[in-house]
Write a protein that binds this ligand. Sequence first.
Ligand code: SF4
Length: 345
Amino acid sequence: MDARAADSLAGLDLIEEINRLKKERNAVILAHYYQDSAIQDLADFVGDSLDLSRKAAATDADVIAFCGVRFMAETAKILSPDKTVILPDMDAGCSLEDSCPPEQFRRFREEHPDHIALTYINCSAEVKALSDIIVTSSSAEDILSQLPKDQKIIFAPDRHLGGFFNRKTGRDMLLWPGACIVHEAFSEKELIKLKAQHPGAPVAAHPECPAHILDHADHVGSTSSILSWVLAHEAETIIVATEPHIIHQMEKAAPQKTFIGAPGADGNCNCNMCPFMAMNTLEKLYFALRDLEPRIEMSEEVRVKALKPLERMLEMAGSAVGKGDLGDPDQPVAPAAINSVDGDC
Ligand code: SF4
């Protein structure tokens, strides 16, 4: 933010101004679980990306202020083409999206003409448009079970998530070599130390983590699934191996429990904060609502092509989209304190 913009905020009550603009613009504010807690607290809905997009599509708001990263706001635009979708900071990208440039993905697909592309929702609209079926971490297994065993599959862009499903289903999907820098940063050595300090504390982990972290997890699942699982679990102390801002919702829903972010290599969880999510601030949200910029634009051709594999997921996943659970099916799921149902980062 330049100095002039900062000056123009002097004396403003930002929360009040954001709420005033929200009304004026007939806007809905959506916040991902990995957003700063101040943004989560003023949002109309907090959740993971596809669920937020569906909530946005279902409201009669004219404007969607998406406090998350760019691919999430794009998904909202794909599903709600007539609404204005704004993102507080257009540079809020994602390492998974960055690791899968559309041109390279197109060439990769051409080199493997007998494979279909199952693509994780954490990718650009262009990559979605080049895919056959989009999946979330909660819908992928159900969708895979409906595909013939001998169907050759490319899984992109997260090699850890794809590897997790290969191990879980016995498939041999060809994995695009992308990764989430946040979930890759957890340290196995530090996690083992932390477990020793808290004997009996279960570990809940996101499947974007590498296998050596998932090996120590009692529950592996999407953000929504992790949230439900930790709230339902009887343990008073739980270790959480995903972006630590989600702990804000856990502490609100279960203040009597202790949630500990899994550590990175330096022994704390600070290196596991998503630097892209952190680009959104209350100040930038205020300006975005005031100016209706930066806004998500895409060609109708890309949007329509990207919509198809998203719709295929919704058709195929049926009951799985909404369960948000990859973990132990015998574990009871608590009534979620937050209205969220789907699964991705
Ligand atoms: S946490 Fe990882 S997957 Fe999610 S937005 Fe950040 S970089 Fe992307």
